[in-house]
Design a protein around this ligand. Structure first.
Ligand code: ATP
Length: 324
């Protein structure tokens, strides 16, 4: 096969708790990242990534989205570069790689758009070069590119701790409908959100390594995990949580407004910001209810900059759509 078409789904955070940072205890993080406890969920909104062998010995990226760079700063490019470094013999044998990205996932939205593209490139090159890497080998490679990349490989529903790279799969949730709401021109910088959180709430971080581990473990027996195990959508929606809302909502009134508008619509089971935002999502029991509330929100906020998508939870990460 000379080319693979991959489907790369976005994610939302059903839960995001910041429990410590680089200054925490014996397990001090040297990378400046936070220690997190999250629950990540793949959703139907996805990018299409084509990965193709080319006769020249370079990496080329094409993208339909004007905001996405096609140079080395593109996470998909960096994923291909990583594979070239890791597997020089396969690179010499099969030649360069052309990556064509058809983006549907909003950029800088808290939906792991770049991370899922990188995961797709790892999976695609593994197939292209017949490397036969296992899922955990792909996840390990992904972890060197970014903390959400390992989750994006297998996707579904999972607890993620550490920087987000330590994964424990949960039973799949495949019947929850979602509205995603994002202002096209509004971006929130992820480093800004974490830095501001540290400035404002760093005093409450856990600094002792045993307590840090205990707190990360506590998410496994937390109420939202129980609700997921019970497949109780209403309870899941009641237990949504995101610590970063504490800094993003006060600084971005449009995000706060979206949260409030969703909270006041009939049929919304729960609403929360995803990741570091600015995307806000709302959960529903049926597609019909989600479509109805989408129209109501459109009427409540008369702003053409606001993008609304109806999608659903899905049970997988990167998938091969076709090969030629
Ligand atoms: P996360 O939820 O993992 O924090 P995000 O959804 O907030 O990610 P991305 O869409 O990945 O953010 O984009 C963050 C930045 O990365 C953007 O400013 C964009 O220019 C850059 N970027 C690099 N590669 C990509 C890519 N493949 N797709 C989208 N953005 C990319």
């Amino acid at each position: 096969m000379r080319s693979y078409r991959l489907i790369a789904p976005a994610k939302i955070n059903l839960y995001l708790e910041i429990i410590g940072d680089a200054s925490g205890g014996l397990r001090q993080r040297s990378d400046g990242y936070h220690e997190l406890a999250m629950i990540l969920q793949s959703i139907g909104l996805a990018d299409q990534i084509d990965v193709r062998s080319i006769s020249t010995d370079n990496i080329r990226v094409h993208c339909n989205h004007p905001q996405v760079p096609t140079d080395k700063s593109n996470l998909a490019y960096r994923a291909a570069e990583l594979m070239v470094r890791q597997f020089p013999e396969a690179f010499a044998k099969y030649g360069g790689v052309e990556i064509t990205m058809n983006k549907q996932i909003p950029v800088a939205a808290g939906l792991a758009g770049g991370s899922t593209n990188a995961a797709a490139v790892l999976v695609g090159i593994d197939l292209l070069w017949k490397l036969g890497l296992t899922q955990s080998e792909l996840e390990e490679l992904g972890g060197t590119l970014g903390s959400d990349v390992p989750f994006c490989v297998a996707g579904g529903t999972a607890i993620a701790t550490g920087r987000g790279e330590q994964l424990s799969p949960l039973p799949s949730l495949d019947n929850i409908y979602i509205i995603l709401a994002k202002y096209r021109s509004l971006e929130v910088s992820t480093p800004w959100a974490y830095k501001t959180y540290r400035q404002q709430f760093g005093h409450s971080y856990i600094r002792d390594s045993d307590n840090l581990a205990a707190r990360a473990n506590a998410v496994h027996s937390g109420k939202i995990v129980k609700a997921i195990l019970d497949k109780n959508t209403r309870e899941i929606a009641q237990k949504l949580h995101n610590d970063l809302e504490r800094v993003v909502l006060p600084a971005y009134p449009q995000v706060l407004q979206l949260r409030e508008v969703f909270a006041n619509q009939e049929g919304v089971l729960g609403t929360m910001m995803s990741g570091s935002g600015p995307t806000v999502f709302a959960l529903f029991e049926s597609q019909q209810q989600a479509e109805k509330v989408k129209l109501q929100v459109r009427e409540a906020i008369l702003d053409e900059d606001l993008e609304l998508f109806v999608t659903r939870t899905i049970t997988h990460g990167i998938q091969v759509a076709s090969s030629v």
